[in-house]
Design a protein around this ligand. Structure first.
Ligand code: PMP
Length: 396
């Protein structure tokens, strides 16, 4: 028999879960039984997927798989230790150099995930008595990083550089750090990075950019936001993830050598964790080559974005303004967003409904995520199904 105290603890959790479900906010997982791609096998059925971050279609690319296998043959599977002990393999080292070179910054440091990279970078740069200025729509990992750093967190309205300037001008903090997603993960729009950098120069602040959704996609060779916007400065701290367009896993921070050396000393999410398997670094070296060489993937992705915009015929729902692979269809109501997502799934199209608290209240949406693996016909079919569902709901 379960002792009464335990059952009280469990019933509290059950109540909270029931409340979540009633509000249409219960998160669920699906089981993927195929590699990632345009067509996936999920929960036992084949669907066209519009929900991965595999923007270039590299997650199942033969060259990456081959590189991983050959790296595993040479380097084994487990890294066996943290980077500072004996986990820092030559493949990690080569990858760091290649990444720094690719994004045009002096040095790079690998982290096992983007979440860890953000926690490590922010907590190493700022602490008590410092102030961080964060875009209101920044990714959760950046917000958590600021909380963990104990610096004061000041959030500014999304992309509002005028408000940011007033806040920076009024700040008395010793060190300042402005942080923004380069491409916003739930909206797909691009931060005004040139204007952000100008403000950081004027008010002597660091500028940290989280390019999780721009790396591989933006820039003529996929170098990301810095190349796309043509900006460079020693005050830029650049972070990008390697599990999205790059098709593998992990993340890196690139910056001046002083910053990277500081992270190696102070970033607890770097120091106190096992290095990722070196075979992943092997796959990522191959991924960088494909990203650079196969420019058609970025061109095709742009064609798909334009196809979606042109083919949707909507009265009530709206695509958010975005020219990237992330195309949010704003529906508003949580239950309606879920219902549309379910109806699309009945037609074999997997498009996730994203609801608060991930996005602001009243802006529940379908996050349509396009990939170079889709065809133009795939996207035309998606647009036709969404347009038909909206007509049905307006008529109802
Ligand atoms: N930053 C942004 C903007 C993201 O979208 C994500 C992942 N969703 C992360 C950081 C975290 O990266 P990772 O998945 O590698 O932990």
């Amino acid at each position: 028999m379960i002792p009464p105290v335990t059952s009280f603890l469990l019933s509290q959790l059950t109540d909270a879960l029931t409340e979540r479900e009633a509000a249409g906010l219960l998160r669920r997982r699906r089981v993927l039984e195929s590699p990632q791609g345009a067509r996936i096998l999920v929960d036992g059925r084949e669907v066209v997927s519009y929900c991965s971050n595999d923007y270039l279609g590299l997650a199942n690319h033969p060259a990456l798989i081959e590189a991983a296998k050959s790296a595993a043959d040479k380097a084994g599977i487990g890294s066996g230790a943290s980077h500072l002990i004996t986990g820092h393999h030559a493949l990690h080292d080569s990858l760091e150099k290649a990444l720094a070179n690719f994004v045009g910054l002096p040095q790079a440091l690998l982290f096992t995930t983007g979440y860890m990279a953000n926690l490590g970078a922010v907590t190493s740069l700022v602490g008590r008595g410092d102030e961080v200025f964060a875009d209101r729509l920044n990714h959760a990992s950046l917000n958590d990083a600021v909380l963990l750093s104990r610096a004061e967190m000041t959030r500014f309205p999304h992309n509002d550089v005028a408000v940011l300037e007033k806040l920076l001008a009024a700040s008395k903090a010793k060190n300042k750090l402005v942080i923004a997603d380069a491409v916003f993960s739930m909206d797909g729009d691009i931060a005004p990075v040139q204007a952000l950098l100008e403000l950081c120069e004027r008010y002597d602040s660091w500028l940290m950019l989280d390019d999780a959704h721009g790396f591989g996609v933006l820039g003529d060779k996929g170098q990301g936001i810095l190349s796309h916007a043509g900006i460079a400065s020693p005050r830029i701290v650049y972070m990008a993830t390697l599990g999205k367009a790059a098709g593998v896993s992990g993340a890196f921070v690139a910056a001046q050598p002083e910053v990277i050396k500081t992270l190696i000393q102070n970033a607890r999410t770097y120091v106190y964790t096992t290095a990722s398997p070196p075979m992943l670094a092997g796959a990522l070296l191959a991924s960088l080559e494909v990203i650079e060489a196969e420019a058609w993937r970025r061109t095709h992705l742009q064609t798909l974005v334009q196809t979606l915009k042109r083919s949707l015929v909507l009265q009530r729902w709206q695509l958010a303004p975005s020219d990237t692979a992330i195309q949010p269809l704003i529906i508003g109501d949580n239950h309606e967003a879920l219902r549309v997502s379910e109806r699309l799934l009945e037609r074999g199209l997997l498009v996730p409904a994203i609801r608060p608290p991930t996005v602001p209240k009243g802006t529940a949406r379908l996050r349509i995520s396009l990939s170079a693996a889709h065809t133009v016909e795939d996207v035309q079919q998606l647009a036709a199904e969404i347009s038909a569902l909206e007509r049905e709901s307006v008529g109802a």
